[in-house]
Design a protein around this ligand. Structure first.
Ligand SMILES: Nc1nc2c([nH]c(=O)n2[C@H]2C[C@H](O)[C@@H](COP(=O)(O)OP(=O)(O)OP(=O)(O)O)O2)c(=O)[nH]1
Length: 315
C-alpha cells in the first residue's frame, strides 16, 4: 500500500501532527497528515486530496523527502514523505476536519509522543542533518581546522569526532574544543571511542562501533544504561544481525555500510544501493549510508529508505 504524508512546517520550525482516530489502524498515535494513494492517483493528487479532506488547506509546494518501506504485523506500507510549504495564512486556517486533534511540534519533542513505528526515519530526517562528516585522523590543529571549516559552511552537516588511536585524555581535550565550536554554530557533534567521554563533553550523541553495541547487547544494556539522558546513540552495522543489535540497544539510528568500496577498506565489496535498501527493510531504525559516498548521494539514500549519508573524504 502506498501512503503519502505531508511534513508541514511553520515559521517556528514546528511540524503539524494529527492524532489517529480511536478505531483506526495505529489508533491514537500522532501521524503526519496524509493517507493512501488511490488507484489512478498521482502522489501530488493524493496529498492535495488528503490535505483538503483532513485539514481544509491546499498545498502551495511539495518536495519529496524520503521513501521508506515498512512491514507492520498486519500490513506493509510504502511511506513517501513530502515537505510541504504552507503559507502563514494556511497554517492559521488549519483545522481537524475529521474531528482529529492537531498539534505543531518541533522534531526533538516528537520522541515523547506515541508515533507510528514507520515514522522514526521521517522524524530523524527532520531532526538531524542529512550529512555527517567523520573526522580525518590528523593532528589536533588539523582536526580543529576541519571542524571550524564545517561549522562555517552553509550546508547542513553534523560532525563525528572519530580518532580511534588517540589516548582518552587527549581525545577529551580536543572534543571539548570541537564541542564548543559546534555549539556556537548549532552543529550537532557525535563523540566516538570510550563511552566515558560523554560524561566530560557536552555533545549531541555518541557513535558506537558494532562491537560496542554487541557487547552492550550481550550484557543486556540499553542506550539509557550507557549514555547520559540527552545523548543520541548511533550504531555502526554491516548486516541484518548488526541492525537488530542496534535496535536492541535502542539506538536512535544506524550507519549501514559499505554502500560502495572505500579507500580505507578497499578489500570490502560495496553492497550497492539495491542490497543496501533490502537490509534497511530489516529494521525499523532510521539508517544512514556510509562507505564510498559523497554528500551528493543523499537523494539516492533517501530514495532507498535511508535518511542520509556519512563519510570522511568529500564531506
Ligand atoms: N496518514 C498517515 N499514515 C501513516 C503514517 N505513518 C504510518 O505508518 N501510516 C500508516 C497508517 C495506515 O496503515 C496507513 C495510512 O492509511 P490511512 O488509513 O490513514 O489512510 P487514509 O487516510 O486513506 O484512510 P481511509 O480513507 O482508508 O480511512 O499508513 C503517517 O504519518 N500518516
Amino acid at each position: 500500500m502506498r501512503v503519502v504524508v505531508a511534513l508541514c512546517r511553520n515559521a517556528q520550525g514546528e511540524y503539524l501532527l494529527a492524532q489517529r482516530a480511536a478505531n483506526a489502524h495505529l489508533a491514537g498515535t500522532w501521524e503526519f497528515p496524509g493517507g493512501k494513494v488511490e488507484v489512478g492517483e498521482s502522489d501530488a493528487d493524493a496529498l492535495a486530496r488528503e490535505l483538503d479532506e483532513e485539514l481544509g488547506v491546499t498545498c502551495d509546494h511539495m518536495e519529496a523527502l524520503l521513501t521508506r518501506h515498512f512491514d507492520y504485523p498486519d500490513r506493509s506500507i510504502t511511506l513517501q514523505a513530502y515537505t510541504v510549504l504552507l503559507s502563514p495564512d494556511a497554517c492559521a486556517r488549519v483545522i481537524g476536519r475529521e474531528g482529529q486533534a492537531l498539534q505543531w511540534l518541533r522534531p526533538e519533542a516528537m520522541a515523547s509522543l506515541a508515533t507510528p513505528a514507520a515514522n522514526a526515519p521521517l522524524i530523524a530526517a527532520l531532526r538531524w542533518p542529512p550529512c555527517w562528516a567523520i573526522s580525518p585522523e590528523a593532528s589536533a590543529a588539523a582536526v580543529l581546522d576541519w571542524a571550524a571549516t564545517r561549522c562555517q559552511a552553509a550546508t547542513e552537516v553534523g560532525l563525528v569526532l572519530r580518532l580511534p588511536r588517540w589516548p582518552l585524555a587527549e581525545y577529551i581535550a580536543l572534543a571539548q574544543s570541537v564541542a564548543a565550536l559546534c555549539q556556537r554554530a548549532g552543529v550537532p557533534l557525535l563523540l566516538h571511542g570510550d563511552v566515558r567521554v560523554c560524561e566530560q563533553v557536552a555533545a549531541a550523541g555518541f557513535h558506537a562501533s558494532s562491537q560496542q553495541a554487541a557487547t552492550w547487547q550481550a550484557q543486556g544494556l540499553k542506550k539509557r544504561d550507557v549514555l547520559p539522558a540527552t545523548y543520541a546513540l548511533a550504531v555502526a552495522a554491516h548486516s541484518a544481525d548488526e541492525l537488530r543489535c542496534a535496535e536492541q540497544v535502542m539506538a536512535d539510528w544506524a550507519w549501514l555500510s559499505p554502500v560502495q568500496a572505500t579507500q580505507s577498506h578497499p578489500e570490502a565489496n560495496g553492497l550497492g544501493w539495491v542490497a543496501w535498501a533490502a537490509l534497511v527493510q530489516c529494521t525499523s531504525l532510521p539508517v544512514y549510508g556510509l562507505g564510498g559516498l559523497t554528500p551528493a548521494a543523499v537523494h539516492q539514500a533517501r530514495a532507498h529508505g535511508g535518511v542520509g549519508v556519512a563519510g570522511i573524504r568529500g564531506f
